[in-house]
Design a protein around this ligand. Structure first.
Ligand code: PHE
Length: 484
């Protein structure tokens, strides 16, 4: 592996045609021509769709919990620092690879270097494993939205001990979660089937502004409640005692990388739909800002509400993931006047955030089928829908009928989650950096991103992708495996 920057043998292995093709924009077949016209119409469309992907359940049910656990303001500070360095570099790398090649993830790695095409297949496993169970959880969110809209939130059904009972009864039912899972999946596929411009871009332009207004509105409401100030302090003021900075660093890194939808094939796919004259760095900056701000606003909704209404707020903040969202928060909401309205608005927010993320994952798989097998969009959607049903139904039943299939206390859904998030994603991120940095024409990717040869940014990016990011991801991988 040489470090040769300007045309070393290694940097150009198998990529002789890459630069010529992209520079002259000669598409390989009619499909590419069609795609060029049907990509995002401009920067706003791209940024909103990508931010829609980034803003998801992770921001809502993990970020506030991690911040509460790892020293409040300290965690925020480390997170923001990592977002502008590590997160930003990986994000522009993926978008750059997508736009340079103009292809789905398999096509992209194949076009960078024929010998790295296999890596596209490996990467594809990530969205294939995540979509089904993400749709199952999306179904739970849909159920809660319905429940609040139909008044369950104000009847005491989710107050105190009842909250956990309500949730457990629901997820262990043999049919109800499946119905909601299918409703959520159908909603997501209904968008993807309309294509990039008429489906994904349009929905991003509608849902993301609503999401912003809704989240800020709920945060203001939460922060105005009596006792909320303690929560705001708990979230934002740096606390050093009892905090291990190495742990904070790893937790922030892991969260950041999940939150920005990295190593999921999404940013490569969306990048391939980006216009050549759109500024990649500016777009990436806007996506990161949107994602981080939303995570902070989510914290400002959840933590102040918990402090204002829960009897032992610090204990409630020990819960994350499904327990926080479907048990602790409904219990908190039940103490609020107008629980039905607040609960409905909150779960509408969660639903929109989850939908735009699921859509992005589905599109990454649909793109592979369309571009490599020449399938029509609707046929590809139908096949992916079939796979989602096939893998999603067992995940959904893993809390009831199929509970005996748990391994080590992990349900089927947990296993999908662990394998994809904790093992495969760090591996794919390491692979993407190593392939881009050492085995293909790295210069062409950097040109695509708009990094001038030997400029400060260019050198910084090189060091980040070749050395720092792979090492950081390796640490996360080791941490995830040991932490099991
Ligand atoms: N960024 C998303 C989140 O924070 C992660 C994700 C994206 C998950 C797409 C699934 C699909 O939740």
């Amino acid at each position: 592996m040489q470090n040769g920057e300007n045309g070393s043998v290694n940097e150009n292995v198998g990529t002789g045609s890459l630069v010529a093709e992209t520079q002259t924009d000669v598409p390989e077949n009619g499909e590419s021509v069609a795609k060029k016209h049907k990509g995002f119409t401009g920067r706003i469309g791209f940024v909103l769709a990508a931010a829609g992907s980034a803003v998801g359940l992770g921001n809502l049910w993990r970020f506030p919990y991690l911040a509460a656990k790892y020293g409040g303001g300290i965690f925020l500070l480390v997170y923001i620092l990592l977002a502008v360095t590590f997160g930003f570099s990986l994000l522009v790398l993926e978008i750059g690879i997508g736009r340079l090649t103009g292809k789905d993830v398999i096509g992209a790695f194949g076009k960078l270097n024929k010998k790295t095409k296999w890596f596209g297949f490996v990467s594809l496993v990530v969205p294939v494993l995540i979509v089904p169970y993400y749709c199952v959880i999306g179904g739970w969110v849909t159920k809660y939205l319905f429940a609040y809209m139909s008044g369950d939130g104000s009847t005491g059904a989710m107050t105190g001990e009842n909250a956990a009972l309500y949730f457990n009864n629901f997820i262990s039912s043999s049919w109800e979660p499946i119905v909601f899972f299918i409703i959520f999946a159908l909603l997501s596929f209904a968008v993807v089937i309309f294509g990039v411009q008429k489906g994904i871009e349009k929905i991003g332009k509608i849902l993301m502004p609503i999401l912003a207004v809704l989240s800020v509105g709920l945060a203001i409401f939460a922060m105005c409640q009596k006792g909320a100030v303690e929560g705001i302090k708990y979230f934002l003021v740096p606390k050093l005692e009892g905090v291990n900075i190495a742990e904070v660093f790893l937790a922030a890194l892991g969260q950041l990388f999940y939150s920005m939808s990295l190593a999921m094939c999404i940013m490569i796919t969306y990048g391939s739909y980006m216009k050549k004259n759109t500024d990649i760095q500016k777009s990436a900056r806007q996506i990161s800002v949107f994602d981080t701000c939303f995570a902070i606003v989510a914290g400002l909704i959840i933590i102040p509400s918990v402090f204002a209404f829960a009897s032992s707020p610090q204990d409630v903040m020990q819960s994350s993931g499904p327990t926080l969202m479907f048990v602790s928060l409904p219990n908190v909401f039940s103490q609020i006047p107008y629980a039905g309205i607040i609960g409905s608005l909150f779960f509408l927010l969660v639903l929109f955030a989850a939908l735009t993320s699921a859509i992005s994952l589905i599109e990454a798989i649909v793109a592979v089928l369309r571009e490599n097998l020449g399938m029509k969009r609707w046929v590809a959607c139908l096949i992916v829908f079939g796979v989602v049903l096939l893998l999603g139904i067992p995940s959904s039943l893993g809390f009831g009928v199929l509970k005996s299939l748990s391994i080590n206390g992990m349900t089927i859904l947990d296993i999908f989650d662990y394998v994809s998030n904790s093992i495969l994603m760090p591996l794919v991120a390491i692979g993407t950096c190593v392939i881009a940095g050492y085995f293909v024409n790295f210069r062409a990717i950097k040109d695509e991103i708009g990094l001038k040869v030997n400029s400060m940014r260019d050198r910084y990016f090189t060091v980040m992708i070749r050395y720092i990011a792979p090492v950081c991801m390796l640490l996360i991988l080791i941490f995830n495996i040991i932490g099991l």
